[in-house]
Design a binder for this molecule. Structure first.
Ligand code: NDP
Ligand code: MG
Length: 391
C-alpha cells in the first residue's frame, strides 16, 4: 500500500488534534506532509516532534520565527514556513494527497480552494468556506477532479446514508441538531448568557467559535447551506430536527417511506476516519455505541423565535451568495465581539440580520467579488458594534 501524504490546515485546533489521533492509529497508510496553525507555537511544536511533517506553517510570522528556533534547538528537520500564502502552497503541493480543511472561519477559504483546484481529496470541516463560495467551490472540485468529503458530522452521516448515485429516491435530508446548551431556556433568560455558558456544549467538545454557533443555532444554519451545496438540494429539502442526545448524526428520507440514519457516539474521529479511509472503513478509536446506555432518542422542532439565526441562514440562502457571505462575515465578527464581552448573546442575530439585509441580491461569480463582499460586511459589522456602544 502506498502511504498517502496528509496536510492538516488548522492542526492545532479541535479537528486537527482529532485528525492526528486517527492518523497515529494507521502509520502504514498515512504520513503527515504539513501541519499548519495561526499562532499556537506550543501545540505545533509538540505535533511536529511526534509526527515529523516535512513542513510546519505558522500564519503569524512572529510565531513562525519562535517555532523555527525551538525546532532547530531540538535538532528537527521540519521546515517552517510563514504567512497565509504558505497555506495555499502546502495545500496544493504535489507531495500531499489529502487535505484536511480545518481552519476556522473565512480564513480557511483560500487554502481549501487551493486544495480543490489542485485535485486533492479535500476533507472539509471548514463549513464557512462553502457558505462563502458555494457554486465556485463545487465547480472547482468538479473541474479539477478533486474529491470532496464532508467532515461535519451531520454531512458525513448524510454521505453515509445516501445511495451510490447521491439521488435515487432521496426526498429530504434531515439534519439533526443538539439544540445547544440553551435549548430549554426561556427567551427572557437568553439576554444574560455569558461566553463561558455559551462555549460549554452539552455533547461535543469543539473550538470556541463553533461552540457559540451551536448555542445560537447559527451552526445549524450554516450547515443547512453547506448541505444544499454538498448534496445539490434546495433548502426546502433540508430539514432541521432537534435531537438532544446527539446520537443520530443525521438522516436521509426516501420516497418509499424509508429513513436511513447514522448513529454513533459524538466524537469527530468517526467522520474523520470515514473520510480518510473512504471507500474503506478505518478504526477510529471511538468506543462502540451502547444503545442500552443511550436508552432513548428524542426529537423536537427547532424554535426559530428563540433562536433566529437558523431562520436567517435559510433567508440568506434564498437571497443568494452575497447574502450568505454577509451572514457568515457578520456572524464571525459578532461571535468574536460576544466572546470579548462587547455585545450580548441576543445581539448576535440582530447584528447578523442588519448586515445580511444590506447585501445585494444575487451571487458573486468570482473570488474577488466574494472577498470584497466579505470585507464590506465585516466593516459594516464593526460599525454596528461601535454604534451600539454609543447609544
Ligand atoms: P479551533 O478553534 O479548535 O481550531 C481552529 C484552527 O484554525 C487552529 O488550528 C487555529 O490555529 C487555526 N486558525 C485560526 N485562525 C486562523 C487564521 N486566520 N489563519 C490560519 N489558521 C487559523 O476550531 P475547530 O477545530 O473547532 O473548527 C475548525 C473548523 O471545523 C470550523 O470551521 C468548524 O466549524 C468546523 N467543525 C468543527 C467541529 C468540531 O467538532 N470542532 C465539528 C464540525 C465542523 P491557532 O491554534 O494557532 O489559533
Ligand atoms: Mg456539525
Amino acid at each position: 500500500m502506498v502511504s498517502k501524504g496528509i496536510t492538516i490546515l488548522g492542526a492545532s485546533g479541535s479537528i486537527g488534534v482529532s485528525t492526528l489521533d486517527v492518523l497515529a492509529r494507521h502509520p502504514e497508510r498515512f504520513h503527515v506532509y504539513a501541519l499548519t496553525a495561526h499562532s499556537n507555537v506550543e501545540k505545533l511544536f509538540e505535533q511536529c516532534q511526534q509526527f515529523q511533517p516535512r513542513y510546519a506553517v505558522m500564519v503569524d510570522p512572529v510565531a513562525a520565527a519562535v517555532l523555527e528556533k525551538r525546532l532547530q534547538a531540538a535538532d528537527s528537520d521540519v521546515v517552517v514556513l510563514a504567512g497565509a500564502e504558505a497555506l495555499d502552497a502546502v495545500a496544493s503541493s504535489p507531495d500531499t494527497d489529502y487535505v484536511m480543511a480545518a481552519i476556522v472561519g473565512a480564513a480557511g477559504l483560500l487554502p481549501a480552494l487551493a486544495a480543490a483546484r489542485a485535485g486533492k481529496r479535500v476533507m472539509l470541516a471548514n463549513k464557512e468556506a462553502l457558505v462563502m463560495s458555494g457554486q465556485l467551490f463545487i465547480d472547482a472540485v468538479r473541474e479539477h477532479g478533486a474529491e470532496l468529503l464532508p467532515i461535519d458530522s451531520e454531512h458525513n452521516a448524510v454521505f453515509q446514508c445516501l445511495p451510490s448515485d447521491g439521488k435515487n429516491g432521496v426526498e429530504k435530508i434531515l439534519l439533526t441538531a443538539s439544540g445547544g446548551p440553551f435549548r430549554t431556556w426561556a427567551a427572557s433568560d437568553l439576554h444574560d448568557i455569558t461566553p463561558e455558558q455559551a462555549v460549554a456544549h452539552p455533547n461535543w467538545s469543539m473550538g470556541q467559535k463553533i461552540s457559540v454557533d451551536s448555542a445560537t443555532l447559527m451552526n445549524k444554519g450554516l450547515e443547512v447551506i453547506e448541505a444544499c451545496w454538498l448534496f445539490n438540494l434546495p433548502a426546502e429539502r433540508v430539514e432541521v430536527v432537534v435531537h438532544p442526545q446527539s446520537t443520530i448524526h443525521s438522516m436521509v428520507s426516501y420516497n418509499d417511506g424509508s429513513v436511513l440514519a447514522q448513529l454513533g457516539n459524538p466524537d469527530m474521529r468517526t467522520p474523520i476516519a470515514y473520510a480518510l479511509g473512504w471507500p474503506e472503513r478505518l478504526a477510529s478509536g471511538v468506543a462502540p455505541l451502547d444503545l442500552f446506555t443511550t436508552a432513548r432518542l428524542d426529537f423536537e422542532r427547532p424554535d426559530m423565535a428563540r433562536f433566529p439565526c437558523l431562520q436567517l441562514a435559510y433567508d440568506a440562502h434564498t437571497r443568494g451568495g452575497y447574502a450568505t457571505i454577509a451572514l457568515n462575515a457578520a456572524n464571525e465578527v459578532a461571535v468574536k465581539a460576544f466572546l470579548g464581552r462587547e455585545i450580548g448573546f441576543t445581539d448576535i442575530p440582530l447584528l447578523v440580520k442588519d448586515v445580511m439585509q444590506q447585501a445585494s441580491a444575487g451571487t458573486p461569480m468570482n473570488l474577488d467579488d466574494i472577498l470584497i463582499q466579505d470585507e464590506e460586511s465585516r466593516a459594516r459589522s464593526v460599525s454596528w458594534i461601535k454604534n451600539k456602544k454609543i447609544h
